[in-house]
Design a protein around this ligand. Structure first.
Ligand code: A3P
Length: 289
């Protein structure tokens, strides 16, 4: 799968994607001026990034909630390192909302003093690898390689975001340095309202019941899928891949349709070894509590 590696930009031990990457920003991350009221969504790719771009847009912007504004979620909660729109972040009014895939060690160090709010969204990595495979196949590259090949590439960290285990462990093990709230994708899927309420509490945002209803409804998979402000379809069309979708299935346990028994056993062994000191809960199946 050489074509996959050709889209990576390796910098300080981490694989960025080339498209939209703000090289100047990543070379000067240390100096990036963090504000106390900044809010960052941090994810490993395919773990709920655009879901959270929609949720924060709905929480923070009344016009988004009431559908009177027509800004896309990516303009309200832009990517930090992939500054497609060439936004001047220093000129942006507070509170600035960002999404990023940065590993903990590249994150601007000003965050350790200014303590902006960080929401780390994680998803069970077996579903991440499936979601990621379709993303590379249908959205980014139209790769022709098999799931099997991609699976190996994922386990070697030769994808945007590098190794899944390093990303989550890095953030989890250094959580005391940051003001960080961990959110599980699967918990969102099972109890969207309860999860959003916890996020609002962390953000210090109090919404009326009516506004909360509106946030929850518009953040549901089917509603988001048909929401042109949130589904990224316009952006994907601009890539020239009209059939790819960011909102594909949104399922828990899709890995069972893709991974062989052997792959699954191997993955479990690696997971147990790598994650033994990370007490985060994981859900692998829709019926699991
Ligand atoms: P699938 O490919 O499994 O469907 P990211 O935004 O980090 O790239 O993650 C994309 C994944 O999040 C996709 O997973 C997508 O369907 C899922 N997703 C996005 N919005 C969602 C929502 N409202 N509810 C559930 N899953 C959602």
């Amino acid at each position: 799968m050489e074509d996959l590696e050709s889209i990576l930009f390796k910098f300080k031990g981490y694989n960025f994607g080339q498209r939209g990457l703000d090289i100047d920003l990543i070379e000067n991350l240390e100096d990036f001026e963090i504000r106390e009221d900044d809010v960052f969504i941090i994810t490993y790719p395919k773990s709920g990034t655009i879901w959270f771009q929609q949720i924060l847009s709905l929480i923070y912007f009344e016009e988004h909630r009431k559908r009177t504004g027509n800004l896309n979620t990516v303009d309200q909660v832009p990517f930090f390192e992939y500054n497609f729109q060439k936004i001047d972040f220093a000129e942006r009014p507070s509170p600035r909302l960002f999404s990023t895939h940065l590993p903990y060690y590249l994150f601007p160090s000003g965050a350790k003093n200014k303590k902006p709010k960080i929401i780390y969204v994680y998803r069970n990595p077996k579903d991440v690898v499936c979601s990621y495979y379709y993303f590379f196949k249908n959205v980014i590259l139209k790769i022709t390689g098999s799931f099997e090949e991609f699976f190996e590439q994922f386990l070697e960290g030769k994808v945007i975001g590098s190794l899944w285990f390093d990303h989550i462990k890095g953030w989890y093990e250094h959580k005391s340095l940051f003001n960080i709230h961990f959110v599980m994708y699967e918990e969102m899927r099972k109890d969207l309202r309860g999860s959003i309420l916890k996020v609002c509490k962390f953000l210090g945002k109090e919404l009326s019941d009516e506004d909360m209803d509106s946030v929850v409804t518009q953040a549901m998979f089917e509603n988001m899928k048909s929401d042109p402000r949130a589904n990224y379809d316009i952006i994907i069309k601009s890539y020239g891949v009209p059939k790819g979708h960011f909102l594909r299935k949104g399922a828990i346990g899709d890995w069972k349709n893709h991974m062989t028994v052997e792959q699954n056993e191997r993955f479990d062994k690696i997971f147990q070894r790598e994650m033994k000191d990370v007490p985060l809960k994981f859900i692998w199946d829709m019926n699991e509590e």
